[in-house]
Design a protein. Structure first.
Length: 206
């Protein structure tokens, strides 16, 4: 008898990333995990009086659940990132003027970057939408030097801030402004890799 006939192929469950962000896809690939992308499209408005941490935790899980209904046999990873200064949430800017306002607020001071991630286990359906979710967060403190007005204008004119929380990309042009950072760098880019790795390992995905 050939021994390989008795061997069973062990397949890892599939993983879906509920985000169209190329930055998140790039970060997730560094963990060596196989995944596909299916973006979530949900209302991302902040609820009245909702604190920043509660806001990102809620959105990360809502994004994951919205996509999980379409992929009941897969794990789904949702994420949401926001920037907080003086208790104000700086999400994606509405337009160039809003981006300039945000960057002026961040100039010469510190702020928090909070990313929440939510991993939904297989089993979500429209009739059973409450499958297990592992939802966590990571916070990084970032300190910017004083940014000159002409620097802000040039950066906004280049278009990079327009789809970024807080109107900047730490891995892009804003890298020159960061004087120091306390916490995980990948969290500021959009996915806290050490936290993600811990969550995926717990489910046998890596």
């Amino acid at each position: 008898m050939r021994h390989h006939e008795n061997l069973k192929l062990v397949m890892k469950p599939s993983l879906i990333l509920a985000s169209s962000s190329p930055r998140r896809s790039e970060l997730l690939r560094t963990l060596g995990v196989s995944f596909t992308v299916d973006p979530a499209h949900i209302n991302e408005d902040q609820l009245p009086g909702e604190p920043a941490l509660a806001y990102v935790l809620r959105l990360a899980e809502e994004k994951a659940r919205a996509v999980a209904v379409r992929h009941p046999q897969s794990y789904v990873l949702g994420a949401d990132t926001t920037v907080v200064v003086d208790g104000e949430i700086l999400a994606k800017p509405l337009d160039a003027a809003d981006a300039m306002r945000m960057l002026s607020l961040l100039s010469g001071r510190g702020h928090e970057v909070i990313t929440a991630v939510s991993l939904i286990s297989p089993g979500v359906t429209s009739s059973a939408p409450h499958a297990q979710a592992d939802t966590r967060s990571c916070t990084t403190h970032v300190y910017f030097r004083k940014i000159q007005e002409e620097e802000i204008q040039s950066y906004v004119a280049g278009g990079e801030p327009m789809d970024k929380a807080g109107a900047y990309a730490i891995q892009g042009g804003a890298a020159a402004w960061a004087e120091r950072m306390e916490g995980e760098y990948s969290n500021v880019v959009g996915l806290p890799l050490p936290l993600i790795a811990e969550m995926l390992k717990a489910q046998g995905l890596i």
